[in-house]
Write a protein that binds this ligand. Structure first.
Ligand code: GLP
Length: 230
C-alpha cells in the first residue's frame, strides 16, 4: 500500500497529489513504511494534499483517541507534508446542526477544489463500514454527521479509554466512490468474516464496502489473517 502511494507521488512530482487518508490499526504499518521511505529520501510529501476520512464528534484535536492525534503521531509529525495542505473533518464542539452541515458542505467543496481524491486509502470495519458509513447508509451519502453503532464504539475501544462520544463526521460513500483510485486494506483475523461476506455477497447497503465492487479502479490489499488462510 505504501509503495502505491510512493509511486503515485513520485510520478506526479511537482504537481499536487490528493490523498484520502484513513485511520485505525490497519494502515499503521503503511504509515510506518511511508515515514521510513521519507527518511531514506525515497519520497517527499511536499506536493501532497490530504483529506482524512473521518473524525469523532465532539472531540478535542489533542485527545489521544482523536484521529487528528493518530495522524500526527503516525504520519504528519514525521514527514514534510505541509499542514496547510492537511484536512481532517474536525468540527468545533457545541456546533449547531446548521454549522455542522455547513462544515460538511465546505469539506466536500474543498475536495472538489483540489480536483478530487487521486488515491483513497480505506480500511474496513468488522461490520463492513467504510469511513464511518455504517450499514444502512445510503450509497449517495456525502460528508455528514453519523451516529456510531455499539459495535463500532466497542471495536474502537472508546468506553474503556474514557471517551463518551457516540457520533462522528465521515466523508460519504458517494464521495469515496468519486476517488480516482481506491486501496482497500484488510488485516487480521477479526476481518475474516466480513471479508468473506464482502467477496460472496452482492452489493448491498447492509455491507457498505460492497459498493466498491462498482468502482473501476480498486485494489484490495489483504493479509492471510483476513483471508482466513493458515
Ligand atoms: C474505524 C474507522 C475506519 C476504519 C475501521 C477499521 O472505525 N472509522 O475508517 O477503517 O474502523 O479499523 P481497524 O483498522 O482498526 O480495524
Amino acid at each position: 500500500a505504501a509503495n502505491q502511494i510512493i509511486e503515485l507521488v513520485n510520478k506526479q512530482k511537482g504537481k499536487k497529489v490528493v490523498l484520502g487518508l484513513a485511520t485505525g490499526n490497519t494502515p499503521i504499518g503503511m504509515y510506518q513504511e511511508l515515514v521510513k521511505n521519507y527518511r531514506d529520501e525515497k519520497v517527499s510529501f511536499l506536493d501532497v494534499v490530504s483529506f482524512n476520512l473521518d473524525e469523532y464528534y465532539p472531540i478535542d484535536a489533542s485527545h489521544s483517541l482523536s484521529f487528528t492525534s493518530f495522524m500526527k503521531h503516525y504520519f504528519f509529525d514525521h514527514v514534510d507534508i505541509q499542514m496547510e495542505n492537511v484536512f481532517i473533518p474536525l468540527v468545533e464542539r457545541d456546533s449547531t446542526e446548521k454549522e455542522i452541515q455547513a462544515f460538511c458542505q465546505a469539506y466536500e467543496k474543498k475536495i472538489k477544489t483540489y480536483g478530487g481524491i487521486d488515491l483513497q486509502i480505506l480500511g474496513i470495519g468488522s461490520n463492513g463500514h467504510i469511513g464511518f458509513n455504517e450499514p444502512g447508509t445510503p450509497f449517495y451519502s456525502r460528508t455528514h454527521l453519523v451516529k456510531l453503532t455499539d459495535e463500532t464504539i466497542q471495536a474502537n475501544g472508546l468506553r474503556e479509554n474514557g471517551l463518551e462520544v457516540n457520533q462522528a463526521i465521515t466523508v460519504g460513500i458517494e464521495t469515496i466512490m468519486e476517488s480516482k483510485k481506491i486501496l482497500l486494506l484488510a488485516s487480521g483475523q477479526d476481518k475474516t468474516k466480513i471479508m468473506k461476506q464482502f467477496f460472496e455477497r452482492n452489493v448491498t447497503v447492509n455491507l457498505p464496502a460492497s459498493i466498491l465492487k462498482k468502482h473501476s479502479n480498486v485494489t484490495i490489499v489483504i493479509d492471510k489473517g483476513a483471508l482466513g488462510a493458515q
